[in-house]
Design a protein around this ligand. Sequence first.
Ligand code: HPA
Length: 277
Amino acid sequence: MSTATLAVDAARAIQAAAPGFAPRIAMVLGSGLGALADAVTDAVNVPYGEIPGFPEPGVSGHAGQLILGRLGGQPVACLKGRAHAYEGRGIDVMKVPVRAMRLVGCEAIFLTCAAGSLRADIPPGGLMAFADHISLLPGNPLTGPNDDDFGPRFPSLEHAYEPGLRALLKDVAADLDVTLAEGVYAAMIGPSFETPAEIRMLRTLGADAVGMSTVPECILARHCGLRVVATAAITNYGVGMSDEPVDHSRTLAFAGLAGEALGRLVVRFLERFDEAA
Ligand code: HPA
């Protein structure tokens, strides 16, 4: 079945699970950042397994559930858990979920993830808003025939992370006294962490953080006209930048730490969302 058909079926399943509910903003909750979903009120939880074309995520820290409800006064759809290209189900493994978000009426998507810092002044436990990205992934989720119903063959990624939404996020962070860095995210396929030489390369290329996700979702979202804002929870320094080892359990622990501040940021951002319109 084509992903276009699957996305339509997925949207129908989501609408059937919460009749009459129309989410305005989608959220993708990355590794260790699922706690934000607990703050959603009037929640309807739909396991990914019940939605056509939604992938069952395979990494600890990722439960596959769509949570529909209200957060910061807005109707939201939280994708708790994402599938990654490194799991081997394709670079476009998030195509159906992202397009289904558009089909159920979302106008924007807030992407979150864990990432390694490439800058000494962005420590573990901190947050970084995406200003831009560098994709070093082996492919693009839009390759293959274009689904004209969703967007153009050659979508622009200039201002992919919408400057107005980022400005609002920075304003909210200042208001809440939350430190929010801004920078360029480099996407690597993983699942092995980078070598020290790769970390030096990424710094030379102008990246400020590195991770294994988010870029495919950004590309898919921009293609179908969703406004994008993204924030990384910094869980470690890039390999070779500090004496601390990098491993997944530390990723989850530090994501939880950064996730607390990110949660406050997201709620206030949603409350003030219309200021960025
Ligand atoms: N590299 C890639 N992905 C990551 C890292 C990292 O250092 N930390 C969290 N996700």
